[in-house]
Design a protein around this ligand. Structure first.
Ligand code: ADP
Length: 594
């Protein structure tokens, strides 16, 4: 059944209304008909009793049809009805509608219901179609006084059509009332169906918009009936759905943020071989400009046969398959790749996680090199010390001319060992995870001045001019005084150590929020190809010269660590044969700048 709810409601109401009014109309019609009959009956019996009173009883006793028929004619004309006089034996003594001559031809009337009723109960009333007149008639009859057992009867026949006009008028009125009632009720029903339909439509509209994702749509909640409560339930559902969706979106955003910022490469490949999600780490590991877009074909975008093979192999595994694989293009990279079949072994989606091992490998190499370097550094002095000691024990102690030289050698190399161990310890301390420079206020000018002072003798012994450019006031930085002193001392020591002639000058100052200490020398300079590496541990430009001068190869490494721990840096400029400039820069804390 088609049509809106309001239309159907209205249609149903009309049906009920029409049926109700039809029953009501029919009952009213029946009631009215009965009323008319009762009125007719009352009128007929009043007329009959008046007529009976005026009956010429002598003519009746004589059975004088002539007189009685004439009397019937007069009474009939006066009452406007048919008056019939039935004798005890059923023959007609007079009839207003039948001529005197024809009276004997009329059939016996004793079996007429109104006649038998009148004789039995004193009144008779019947309705019948008169074949004599060809009309529907009411028949009223009363018995007349007589000594005979069977009484003569006076009968009056009234055509039912006598009050037809009045009846029709009443029926028209009834019909009109019914039509007015029907139309009024229909108009009111239409109005309320429209109102209810409109409210339902608004609730439906809100539900449809909610279904399309417009969760801020709201259904009317007033008035507080079933439709209002339906609206409230819809609104509560939408609000809860909105809340749930927001939580889900937050969770998804959070997961995406985590994935986006992960260093590890993560990619989810759908069962159809298309990318569902890939993070930036994945692009970075494979050297791609962008992570493959969702929906793109994984193998076409990534073009790494080694990954294709891994994904294929992983299909047969119920658990994660982890392998170390190496890519050779666009850059060589070793990764630990793990593939998980999200739907179990088979053809479902696959999650690939790649952990870059390049850094781990690099650290491993650096550690191995460091151990080798340390062993190498320690081995030489230890061999020399042991050799000297053995020589002394093998008779060298008796050799007065040379034994002092051996002992001095032992002392010199022991000192070197000590320096190496001290520098290593210092480096280890600086490299400890979580170590921080202190936050004491340090005057860099005063500190550098002290360091320069302590190198005066060393410089003088090498005939070097050691120049100090005083900044003319304090240069305050926040940090660790011992670390900073150690760093500046290392740089001044190198400058004095490696410069054969000329000068070493030390300058401290402040420029654009940065405090600096600059050590300039006129030494041999450092070849350009070594400049980027001299801050590495044990890196020396000239191994022999460094060792000869008692260097450990760790000094500049310590300087770089100290500078970085203070949030600063160290850099070098050098020209072969003309000298080098080392410059440490440390940002000045806001409180100290003022
Ligand atoms: P070392 O203990 O050997 O001096 P450093 O780490 O202090 O170790 O320095 C590393 C290398 O840098 C030195 O071996 C030296 O070759 C070079 N170097 C450092 N400072 C200077 C300088 N002022 N002039 C020339 N070369 C220098």
């Amino acid at each position: 059944m088609r049509g809106s709810f309001a239309q159907r409601l209205f249609g149903g109401f009309l049906l009920v209304l029409a049926a109700g009014l039809a029953v009501l109309g029919w009952q009213a019609h029946r009631f009215e008909t009965r009323l008319f009959e009762a009125r007719e009956r009352a009128w007929a019996f009043r007329e009959l009793s008046l007529a009976a009173a005026a009956l010429p009883t002598s003519a009746l006793q004589r059975h004088d049809s002539r007189e009685l028929d004439a009397w019937c004619n007069r009474m009939g004309a006066a009452a406007g009805a048919r008056i019939t006089l039935v004798d005890s034996d059923g023959r007609l003594l007079g009839d207003s509608d039948v001529s005197l001559d024809s009276l004997t031809l009329v059939e016996n009337h004793n079996d007429r219901p109104e006649v038998t009723q009148a004789r039995a109960y004193g009144q008779g009333w019947a309705r019948r179609h008169s074949h004599t007149l060809g009309l529907d008639l009411w028949y009223g009859a009363v018995p007349l006084p007589s000594e005979r057992a069977t009484k003569p009867v006076l009968r009056m026949a009234v055509p039912q059509a006598r009050l037809a006009n009045e009846e029709r008028e009443q029926q028209r009125l009834l019909l009109f009332s019914l039509v007015v009632a029907f139309l009024t009720a229909a108009a009111l029903a239409l109005l309320s169906a429209r109102v209810l339909g409109g409210r339902l439509r608004r609730a439906l509209d809100a539900a449809r918009r909610m279904g399309q994702g417009e969760l801020d749509a709201r259904a009317p909640e007033q008035p507080d009936d079933e439709v209002g409560r339906l609206g409230r339930s819809l609104n509560q559902m939408a609000a809860r759905l909105e809340e749930r969706l927001r939580e889900l979106a937050e969770g998804r955003d959070q997961r995406e943020r985590i994935l986006a910022h992960m260093v590890d490469g993560v990619v989810l490949v759908g069962a159809d071989g298309r990318v569902v999600h890939a993070n930036r780490g994945f692009a970075a590991i494979l050297g791609l400009a962008q992570p493959p877009a969702p929906g793109s074909r994984f193998l076409e975008e990534v073009r790494q046969p080694v990954l294709a093979g891994l994904l294929e192999r992983a299909r047969g595994h119920a658990d994660a398959l982890t392998e170390e694989i190496t890519f050779f293009s666009p850059v060589q990279r070793t990764v630990e790749a793990a593939v998980v079949n999200l739907g179990g072994a088979g053809t479902g989606a696959q999650l690939l996680v790649m952990h870059d091992l390049s850094r781990v490998k690099l650290l491993e190499r650096v550690r191995q090199e460091f151990v080798a370097n340390v062993s190498h550094e320690l081995k030489t002095p230890l061999t020399l010390i042991r050799g000297s000691a053995e020589t002394l024990l093998d008779g060298g102690l008796e050799d007065e001319a040379h034994r002092r030289a051996f002992v001095e050698k032992i002392e010199r190399h022991s000192e070197r060992l000590q320096r190496i161990v001290e520098d290593l310890l210092e480096l280890a301390r600086l490299e400890q995870p979580g170590v921080r420079a202190g936050e004491e206020s340090v005057d860099l000018a005063e500190l550098a001045r002290g360091v320069v002072q302590s190198f005066r003798d060393a410089a003088a012994s090498r005939s070097l001019a050691l120049e100090w450019h005083d900044p003319g006031g304090p240069v305050a930085v926040s940090g660790d005084v011992d670390m900073l002193e150690r760093a500046i001392a290392n740089l001044v020591d190198n400058a004095v150590k490696y410069t054969q002639q000329g000068s070493v000058s030390v300058r401290v100052g402040r420029e654009a929020g940065v405090a600096f200490c600059e050590i300039r020398d006129t030494g041999p300079g450092i070849p350009a190809e070594h400049l980027s590496r001299i801050f590495e541990r044990f890196y020396r430009v000239d191994q022999g010269r460094s060792r000869e001068l008692g260097g450990t190869g760790l000094g500049l490494s310590i300087v770089r660590h100290v500078a970085e721990l203070h949030g600063g840096s160290v850099r070098v400029e050098s020209e072969l044969g003309r000298g080098s400039v080392f410059r440490v820069e440390i940002p000045v804390a806001a409180a100290l700048t003022s």
